[in-house]
Design a binder for this molecule. Structure first.
Ligand code: C2E
Ligand code: MG
Ligand code: MG
Length: 728
């Protein structure tokens, strides 16, 4: 059978390679490098902007300085030149009009002004680099020369007293020369102003250019910063988001997809780690799923897998065969768990092979499933056309397990008991396959009835189902029965074969059901044992038995009452202590209460049983092995049991006188019992011939309808009253 593993745990898809394109080729693959690149480019841009701004500011400063120190001063000098020129004209007029004594002062003033004009012209001549200005200055110098000549002539006339001639010279030569000088100096001034205007415009253009440069660089830096920031962020955030989505997919149990490769080394490393983790988790989940649906010892599917509907509708199983390996507990106890495990493995292997072969041969449908449910119990589900096919399959399995298993020096036979269940007649048009759990429950019922009837196999039937339901309702009534005194204790006397005297009685439960009437213990005890309800019954029977013993004690203290104890009672914690307390409370000597335990019950868990029986024996209560001969116990095992009575099962006594073979067996059992110092009782003695035979074979005590049926009420009292007085 396939492992019912979910798809999500399937092998992951291969990782796609990411080929670099265009920009990605030089784009660094590490986040660290990307951040370094981004910030590095930004820093370089800032430095360039800073250098450019510093250079431009210096340039502006030098232009401004030049403007302030050169151009403006020159302008001022030209302005001063004009003023001086005007001043000279006015001084000459004053000179002509001034009286002789004042002229010295005026001459001084005119000389001063002429010197200044000369000085200015000279310094302008050095400063001017413009051709036009030089031409202007040249003309100014010429005018200055003409003026100087006219001035000397005019001064001569003034000094000569020729005022009229002086005025004439002043008007005709000095003033025109001065005017021309003024015009030329104004031209110069105008020219300088224009120059300054040009300079100012140039400076303005420069400012604007620098502003544009700095703004451009800043915009470029900001744009680059934004681009780098977005790109770096996206290159980090994008892959991280992929990782986050991948982690969410993993958390949701989707292992089929790999974390995609990116162009980011750090993220890829985390992605790789995630992929490795995904593989490991997926593998572990597959292992867990496998473990959850498989049995580790045999590798077969387990109970959970049986209910996992993997098959498609066409292959739905309509049959279930429950197979139980016989005597597994006893084998575990006596031959060891390794042998037990080997038997389980061999059974699993052989039954699986037989089933596969049957499927290949078309005896059953394809894809049959064999599962190990627990211990030595296996279930096979498959499709079969009819019951004959199922029985043919069972024979094949029987054939497959017929070879004994050799293990640890032992040679052990495999034996399976089968409980078979199907979905009814599949040839009917409305035939519907039952769910596996229903099939399993039905097969369990069939297996129990096969075991009870000591048959190899049993089919589940409607009658069994009815019985099961009836038992279920009975069980629910049982609790009520204990509480409302519907139970009765009947006593069946046991007699010594040697003396014919009653040696004791066995307590047998009877149930007077208000609706169903008498319910036989054979009908409800096995089910009460399965459900654990038997402990209530035992408790009640022990109380009744001790009460009866207490009433018997004054007249017949030698009589005992044997109460049947189930293995479920023994398994109860503190059972022995509870019995001890009850005995103590009743005041009855412990040896008057017997406890009967069936041999098969003991063999369910031999080692544990020995310890439990010892605990019971320690309280002073004698113990009996009931139904002896049906439970496969060995002499070695019996030896360990602290029992005092062996009750040979009724099946051996029935028609014993007519069966020499069984007589040999009963003799052997009796001798074995005596060899172990046990009292041997024969159960179910019905005929005189049987009584004679058991007496001849050496039995000590008899119990059966021949001597007395189980008694209750008046009949019991009458029997008791008729008893011979006790021989103490
Ligand atoms: P058992 O302990 O072996 O009890 C003996 C059974 O054999 C009783 O059947 C008894 O009535 C029957 N019997 C005695 N003599 C003869 C005979 O000559 N011929 C035939 N055919 N049968 C005879 P019963 O009372 O039906 O009990 C059946 C079984 O139910 C018991 O077998 C015992 O295993 C179980 N059982 C009865 N009472 C209790 C109880 O109180 N507690 C428990 N745990 N089991 C009980
Ligand atoms: Mg009994
Ligand atoms: Mg018995």
């Amino acid at each position: 059978m396939e492992t019912p593993s979910p798809n999500r745990a399937a092998d992951p898809l291969p990782l796609p390679e990411v080929a670099p394109t265009g920009l990605q080729r030089w784009w660094p693959q590490r986040i660290g490098w990307r951040l370094a690149l981004g910030f590095g480019v930004l820093v370089v841009l800032m430095l360039v902007a800073l250098a450019q701004a510093t250079y431009q500011i210096r340039h502006i400063t030098s232009v401004t300085q030049r403007f302030a120190t050169g151009d403006m001063q020159r302008l001022l000098r030209v302005q001063a030149l004009s003023l001086q020129t005007e001043g000279v004209g006015n001084a000459l007029i004053r000179l002509i009009n001034a009286p002789r004594e004042n002229r010295v002062v005026e001459y001084k003033d005119v000389d001063e002004r002429n010197k200044r004009i000369d000085g200015m012209v000279e310094s302008l001549a050095q400063d001017l680099r413009d051709d036009d200005q030089e031409q202007n200055l040249k003309r100014l110098v010429e005018c200055r020369a003409a003026y100087a000549e006219a001035f000397i002539d005019t001064a001569d006339e003034i000094e000569g007293g020729n005022t009229a001639q002086a005025w004439r010279l002043l008007n005709e030569r000095v003033n025109p020369a001065l005017k021309t000088m003024l015009v030329e100096s104004n031209n110069l001034l105008q020219r300088e102003r224009e120059r300054i205007e040009v300079r100012l415009n140039e400076a303005q253009t420069l400012f604007e250019r620098v502003a544009k440069w700095v703004a451009g660089l800043s915009v470029l830096a900001v744009a680059l910063a934004v681009w780098l920031g977005v790109r770096t962020t996206r290159s980090v955030v994008g892959p991280l988001a992929k990782l986050e989505r991948a982690a969410q997919r993993i958390a949701a149990g989707d292992y089929s997809r790999r974390v995609p490769m990116t162009r980011t080394q750090e993220v890829d490393r985390v992605g790789q780690a995630l992929n490795t983790m995904t593989d490991a988790v997926a593998q572990r989940e597959r292992d867990i799923v496998h473990q959850a649906f498989h049995d580790p010892l045999t590798g077969l599917p387990n109970r959970a897998a049986l209910f996992n509907p993997l098959q498609d509708a066409a292959q739905l199983p309509n049959c279930l065969a429950l197979m139980d390996l016989a005597r597994l507990k006893a084998i575990n106890e006596t031959l060891g768990y390794t042998t037990g495990d080997t038997l389980i493995q061999q059974t699993a292997e052989r039954a699986s092979l037989a089933l596969q072969q049957a499927a290949t041969d078309g005896l059953v449908g394809p894809h049959p499933v064999v599962a190990r449910l627990s211990g030595g119990t296996f279930a096979a589900t498959f499709y079969a056309a009819n019951r004959a096919a199922v029985e043919a399959l069972r024979e094949r399995i029987e054939q497959a397990i017929s070879e004994p298993v050799h293990c640890s020096g032992h040679c052990v036979d495999l034996s399976l008991t089968y409980g078979l269940a199907d979905s009814g007649d599949q040839t009917q048009a409305d035939a519907k396959a039952l769910p596996v759990d229903t099939l399993l429950r039905n097969a369990e019922v069939a297996l129990h009835s096969a075991k009870r009837a000591a048959m190899g196999f049993a089919w589940h039937s409607e009658a069994q189902e009815a019985a099961r339901l009836s038992h279920l309702s009975l069980l629910s009534d049982l609790r009520q029965a204990v509480a409302t005194s519907q139970l009765q204790m009947w006593l069946q006397p046991k007699f010594s074969l040697a003396t014919g005297r009653a040696v004791g009685t066995e307590a047998l439960v009877r149930w007077q059901h208000p609706a169903r009437g008498f319910v036989s213990p054979a009908e409800f005890v096995p089910f009460a044992e399965q459900a654990g309800y038997i402990t209530m019954v035992t408790q009640w029977m022990l109380e009744q038995a001790l009460q009866t013993l207490a009433t018997w004690a004054p007249t017949h203290p030698e009589l005992s009452i044997a109460v049947n104890v189930s293995t479920r009672d023994l398994q109860q914690k503190g059972f022995a202590d509870r019995v001890a307390r009850m005995i103590e409370g009743s005041g009855v000597p412990a040896k008057r209460l017997r406890l009967e335990i069936t041999e098969s019950g003991l063999m369910d868990d031999p080692t544990h049983s020995v310890a439990l029986l010892h605990a019971l024996c320690d309280i002073g209560t004698p113990l009996s092995i009931d139904d002896f001969g049906t439970g496969y116990s060995s002499l070695a095992y019996l030896q360990k049991l602290p029992v005092s009575e062996l009750k040979i099962d009724r099946s051996f006594i029935d028609k014993l006188d007519l069966s020499p073979g069984t007589q040999k067996l009963v003799r052997a059992m009796t001798e074995m019992g005596h060899g172990l110092d046990l009292m041997v009782t024969a159960e179910g003695v019905e005929t005189e011939a049987e009584r004679e035979t058991i007496t001849r074979l050496g039995c000590d005590v008899m119990q059966g309808f021949l001597a007395s049926r189980p008694l209750h009420g008046e009949k019991l009292q009458a029997w008791f009253d008729a008893l011979a007085p006790a021989i103490v």
